[in-house]
Design a protein around this ligand. Structure first.
Ligand SMILES: Cc1ncc(COP(=O)(O)O)c(C=O)c1O
Length: 474
């Protein structure tokens, strides 16, 4: 019986102990050897973030008039974001709980703006490259907007503005570009897309979820960073996360508009029920003030000079990793990564095996499946906690690759796509056991699952993922 139903209650100490035990199998991010998911602040900032979060844990962001502290902090955080991203007095924005929420809101604003301004549009669409973050596909799915996906170049992994032009039709409400895209860390030709957006009078969103809190500092340090923000005429909205390279607690992002007028279409109000008046600037209604306070505190504490220092360190770590990758003949760097996110592929080495070998040495690196012109690859997000371990990383990477080369490893042998294309949910459920995926638990070793997912066409991949995750959660 679960302790919840047992009248003999555990002490708070017992519960705390259980929590510690629950963490035992989590990714060991404190080692500094995890190159995804976690953006670890330095110890002093971390202590401050924890304190700030707890101070506002219970305050509710539901009503901006009830907790003036939250309103003030949000205004200041957004002011910093607007200033970093080339906005002006007319610009506006909101603090959200993640990049996905920011993106859903930007798409909702574009959809509702179009509804009012262009009532002929029955079925709106968004033109975006295949490298655009999945959050835009999700926003389209939730908001009944069609994604019109354009290809990218197979060397640069960036789109051609002519493909945007060809894809635009009378129902296009928004263009999207990334600065940079997550998967390959490359910046789309934002100035060209903005010029097109202007000429066609279409809204243009730049997703700077990862770049917003990084590129401005890299630019200040003298790195060659193209213009990507509101300083370009035609960029109408942007998203930027604090919980990535702002190194604050999760639940911290923002959506910004060049012009406050557009933000109006993001806001949801409901006066048609029998309860209190609802006016939500963002998706969530009741929400902790904790992540906002932690974000505000961390921005105050680090300041522009603090972020610049971090970017200086991660940029040089990135360059060392890029040099190492390009010096290993069996690996190939994908695209031209401008910041600290890189991806590499291999024609000769089994990347699934490489990921497993690196895991045995304590490294968590992220596999990305092949899609269209993007081959199966490994993604690295290099954050400040990884910096002291970079030489070890390079040494381990080189020695794992060498070991694979010596063992005669070849690129992963693909599963027959035809066979996978005929999988049904029932077959997937039968397969689960033999892949070590038990209901109610996350699998220990994802190698075989990953091989199957990589080889599957997108609709089968989606189906397998849904079956697995539906089984994983209670
Ligand atoms: C470019 C980009 N946009 C959007 C997102 C979605 O952000 P979140 O996971 O905070 O919802 C991510 C996440 O990695 C991203 O890299």
């Amino acid at each position: 019986m679960h302790p919840f139903f047992n009248p003999n209650r555990p002490t708070s100490g017992d519960v705390e102990q259980s929590l510690k035990e629950l963490k035992a199998n989590d990714l060991p991010w404190k080692t500094g050897k995890v190159l995804a998911y976690v953006y670890e602040p330095d110890p002093e900032a971390y202590a401050l973030i924890q304190k700030a979060y707890m101070m506002f844990l219970t305050e509710n962001g539901l009503d901006p008039t009830a907790f003036s502290s939250l309103l003030k902090m949000e205004q200041e955080v957004i002011d910093i974001a607007i200033n970093l991203l080339g906005g002006n007095e007319q610009s506006a924005g909101n603090f959200t709980f993640g990049g996905t929420e920011s993106i859903i809101l930007a798409v909702k604003a574009a959809r509702d703006y179009a509804k009012e301004k262009y009532p002929h549009i029955q079925q709106p669409n968004i033109v975006m490259p295949v490298t655009t973050h999945a959050a835009f596909f999700k926003a389209c799915h939730y908001l009944s907007v069609d994604p019109k996906v354009i290809e990218v170049n197979d060397k640069t992994f960036t789109p051609d503005v002519r493909d945007y032009e060809n894809a635009i039709d009378e129902n296009t409400i928004l263009l999207v570009g990334s600065a940079p895209s997550y998967a390959h860390g490359v910046i789309d030709p934002i100035e060209d897309i903005a010029a097109l957006a202007r000429s066609k009078n279409i809204l243009f969103h730049v997703d700077a979820c990862v770049g917003g809190m990084y590129l401005p500092f890299a630019k200040n340090l003298g790195y060659d960073i193209p213009k990507f923000d509101f300083s370009i005429e035609g960029v109408t909205s942007m998203s930027m996360d604090f919980h990535k390279y702002g190194y604050t607690a999760k639940g911290a992002s923002c959506v910004l508009y060049k012009d406050r007028e557009l933000r109006k279409y993001q806001i949801y109000t409901c006066s048609e029920w029998s309860g209190y008046s609802i006016v939500n600037a963002t998706v969530l209604s009741s929400k902790t003030g904790g992540s906002l306070a932690a974000c505000w505190a961390n921005l105050q504490f680090l300041g522009a000079t603090g972020y610049e220092k971090i970017v200086e360190q991660t940029q040089s770590a990135k360059m060392r990793i890029v040099d190492a990758i390009t010096s290993i003949p069996s690996l190939s760097l994908l695209g031209n990564p401008v910041m600290n996110m890189v991806a590499f592929a291999s024609d000769t080495i089994d990347l699934f095996a490489l990921t497993g070998m690196m895991k045995e040495r304590g490294w968590y690196i992220q596999l990305q499946f092949k899609h269209g012109i993007s081959p199966t690859n490994i993604h690295l997000s290099i954050n400040q906690a990884n910096v002291p371990h970079i030489q070890q990383f390079i040494d381990d990477l080189k020695s794992c690759v060498l070991e694979l080369e010596r063992s005669g490893s070849t690129a992963a042998i693909p599963f027959p796509e035809k066979l996978l294309a005929s999988l049904t949910p029932e077959m997937v459920n039968q397969l689960k056991g033999s892949l070590g995926v038990g209901d109610g638990e996350a699998p220990d070793d994802l190698t075989m699952v990953n091989r199957i997912l990589d080889a599957s066409p997108p609709h089968i991949r989606d189906m397998i993922l849904k079956e697995f995750v539906n089984g994983m959660f209670r």
